[in-house]
Design a protein around this ligand. Structure first.
Ligand SMILES: [Zn+2]
Length: 433
C-alpha cells in the first residue's frame, strides 16, 4: 500500500514538548511509525515530503462551532438566530464554513446549536463524500426556557410565532426530556442548552434559567444515548449547577471563580471559554462614542444612552472578571477547548487562529498548552482520545503541516495559507507543500 512519508518535521504530538528532526510514516488511515535519525526507507509508490523543519501536529478540533453563522458576510444583515436566510441558504453557508475550518487546520468540529438540522445535513454530506470536510459532532437547536433573555428581550420573540430558527423554547422536565429524545433520535450528538444570561451584549445576572429537574432530564437522556450536553453558561449559579449535574461542556463560564473551579474539577466538565467574542465586543465598546447613538449591539428597544452606558460598564466588569479567573482555572487543571462564535459580525469564519492568539497573549497561557486544548482535549471530549488528537503509531492520521512554529509564534495559525497540508484519515484534503 502506498504510504505518506513526512521527513524532518518539527513534531508537536499534542501532549509533549516539540521534537525536531522527526519522520512520520502514514499507512492507510493510520500512523505507522515515528522515528528520528536516518530517513525511513521508501517504496516507489510512497509519497515523500521533506518538511525541512516545518511543524507537523495533530489536526485541530474546533470545539464550539455554529455551522451556518456568517450570512452577514454575504451581504445579508440580520440577527444570528437562524432566521437571516432560508434553510437551504444556511446549508450552503455551513458547507462553506466547514471547508473553511478544514482549510485552517481543523479536522474535527463540535457543533454548538444551529437551525433547521443544518449540522446533521453537513455531517451527512461529508460522510457521504459530497464535500470534503472535518469530522462533525452535530448539535441540536439551542434549548431554552420561555422568557429568558434571548427569548423575550432582544427582538427575537417573533421566533415563537411559528418561525423556528436556532432556538427551541421548553418548560418543565417532560418537555426538555422529549426534545432531547427527539433531536438525539434524529442523529444529534450534542445537546445545547442555555442556562444563564451573559457572554454577549447583555451583562451577566446572578441567576440560572433552568431548574435542576429540567437540566437533569436532558443530561440523563443524553448520557444514556451517548450524546454530550453543552451549556451556554456565563453566570456563577449556572456554572455551579452545570458542574453539579454533570454537563459535559461549560460554554464561556464568564463568572467562573474559585468555588466554580473546584466544582468543575470534581465534575470533570470541560470549559470552552470562547473569549474572542467578548474581546471583540470590548473593542467595539472602546470605539463606541455614546454621542453618536446607541451601542450597536444588544440593547432593548428604546434603550436610552445612559442605560446603554451602564450596560457596557457591566459587560466590561464581566470581561475583567473572566480575564482574572480563567488563567487560574487553566492552571488548576480544568480542561479547556478552543472554539468561538465565528460568523457573528467582526468574527468571520476563518479567523480561528485569533482565539488561540488571545489565550496566549491576553491570558498568559503557553502556546503549547493552547495547542493541547485545540488537539488532545478536543479529541478526548469527542470520545476519540484513543485515536485522535495526538500523533503516535496506531492512531488515525489526522495531521496538519504548518509553515513556521506555532509553539513559539501562535500567530502563524492565523493565516490559513500557512497551513500547507491537511490530512484526515490518511487522505490529503489540502496540499500546498
Ligand atoms: Zn455560541
Amino acid at each position: 500500500m502506498a504510504r505518506i512519508v513526512l521527513t524532518n518535521a518539527q513534531l508537536f504530538d499534542g501532549q509533549s514538548a516539540p521534537r525536531r528532526g522527526v519522520h512520520v510514516v502514514v499507512s492507510g488511515r493510520r500512523i505507522e511509525s515515528l522515528s528520528e535519525g536516518p530517513v525511513p526507507e521508501t517504496g516507489a509508490d510512497d509519497r515523500t515530503h521533506d518538511l525541512a523543519g516545518r511543524t507537523l501536529m495533530p489536526g485541530m478540533v474546533q470545539g464550539h462551532f455554529h455551522s451556518h453563522f456568517g450570512a452577514f458576510g454575504t451581504g445579508i444583515s440580520s440577527p444570528i438566530l437562524g432566521l437571516e436566510a432560508s434553510p437551504a441558504y444556511h446549508g450552503i453557508l455551513a458547507a462553506r464554513n466547514v471547508q473553511t475550518a478544514l482549510n485552517c487546520g481543523f479536522t474535527s468540529i463540535i457543533g454548538s446549536s444551529n437551525a433547521d438540522g443544518v449540522d446533521l445535513a453537513v455531517k451527512d454530506a461529508v460522510g457521504h463524500g459530497l464535500i470534503p470536510g472535518p469530522r462533525i459532532l452535530a448539535c441540536t437547536r439551542e434549548f431554552m426556557t420561555t422568557g429568558e433573555q434571548a427569548d423575550g428581550n432582544n427582538s427575537s420573540w417573533f421566533m415563537n410565532l411559528g418561525n423556528r430558527g436556532l432556538t427551541r423554547t421548553l418548560d418543565g422536565a417532560d418537555q426538555w426530556r422529549h426534545a432531547a429524545r427527539e433531536e438525539i433520535g434524529r442523529g444529534c450528538d450534542v445537546v445545547k442548552v442555555s442556562s444563564g444570561q451573559g457572554h454577549g451584549a447583555a451583562p451577566t445576572v446572578d441567576e440560572c434559567y433552568m431548574t435542576d429537574a429540567e437540566l437533569e432530564a436532558v443530561v440523563s437522556v443524553a448520557h444514556s444515548r451517548g450524546a454530550l450536553v453543552r451549556s451556554h453558561c456565563p453566570t456563577r449559579p449556572a456554572i455551579l449547577q452545570a458542574a453539579r449535574l454533570s454537563v459535559d461542556i461549560i460554554d464561556h463560564a464568564d463568572r467562573i471563580d474559585p468555588e466554580c473551579i473546584d466544582e468543575i474539577l470534581k465534575a470533570g466538565s470541560i470549559v470552552a471559554p470562547s473569549m474572542l467574542f467578548s474581546f471583540r465586543l470590548m473593542q467595539m465598546i472602546d470605539n463606541w462614542d455614546p454621542a453618536s447613538g446607541p451601542f450597536p449591539m444588544g440593547g432593548a428597544a428604546g434603550e436610552e444612552g445612559e442605560d446603554a452606558q451602564a450596560r457596557v460598564r457591566l459587560m466590561r466588569e464581566d470581561w475583567e472578571h473572566t480575564c482574572r479567573y480563567m488563567p487560574e482555572a487553566a492552571a488548576a487543571g480544568i480542561k479547556m477547548i478552543v472554539g468561538d462564535d465565528f460568523g457573528v459580525p467582526g468574527m468571520p469564519h476563518g479567523d480561528y487562529g485569533s482565539e488561540l492568539e488571545l489565550y496566549v497573549k491576553q491570558l498568559g497561557v503557553s502556546a503549547q498548552e493552547v495547542l493541547t486544548w485545540a488537539t488532545r482535549n478536543g479529541a478526548s471530549l469527542m470520545g476519540r482520545g484513543d485515536e485522535l488528537g495526538t500523533v503516535a503509531p496506531g492512531k488515525l492520521a489526522d495531521l496538519i503541516v504548518v509553515e513556521g512554529d506555532p509553539l513559539s509564534d501562535i500567530t502563524c495559525l492565523k493565516d490559513p495559507a500557512r497551513v500547507s497540508a491537511v490530512i484526515k484519515n490518511g487522505e490529503w484534503l489540502k496540499d500546498t507543500l
